[in-house]
Design a protein around this ligand. Sequence first.
Ligand code: DC
Length: 222
Amino acid sequence: MVIAIDGPGGVGKSTVTQRVAAARGLDYLDTGATYRAAALAVMRAGVDPSDGAAVLEAVAAASIEYWNGSIFLDGRDVSSEVRTPEITAASSAVAGIPEVRDVVVAMQRQWVQSRGGMAVVEGRDIGTVVFPDAAVKVFLTARPEIRAARRAADQAAGHSEDVKVVREALDERDRADSTREASPLRAADDAYTVDTSDLSLDEVVEAVLLLVDAARRRPEML
Ligand code: DC
């Protein structure tokens, strides 16, 4: 069974995904990392990001693998390298190209298939596009100021000016990710939306686990 966890940046998707996966003994896939690796491949190829055909060629030629929470590009662990602000911005742009998404989504589906279709998958379009038949779909939200504060704390830069800068970058990326034509960020009609603004991490994980366990008890899962 696939558990889809979607939502905007800074909402706590990664931590919730990892905790849910650990609690139920499942593997997890961070699809954002796959777009980040694609963006790094494009940067390394020295391709003009606005040249769609060249970008696609660079992504298709790259070997992108995800293992135990780490992302590999052409056989090298690039998990830290893909977290820079440059790659963050470039990943949003690269992810806006429909042909690039086709390549990356095929890889994501293959990854889950090779684990017997059992995984927790986090992203932006998992419940809507990548796994529309996911057994559980969760869409996490939080007020923008809360997301900016969480992201800034993640980056160990929690003083007010940094939060402001982080918020501007998040707002810009949300706008790009939600308004693009190819698989925009949105909740699936059958997703459970959880506003995490006033919940602790434990409470969010607990809520998701209740949904997972309820889905496991459905007759078609037995
Ligand atoms: O979750 P993240 O910040 O690591 O994602 C990086 C970028 O990748 C984000 O700006 C949007 C894009 N992305 C996407 O388009 N679809 C996904 N399923 C995951 C991420």
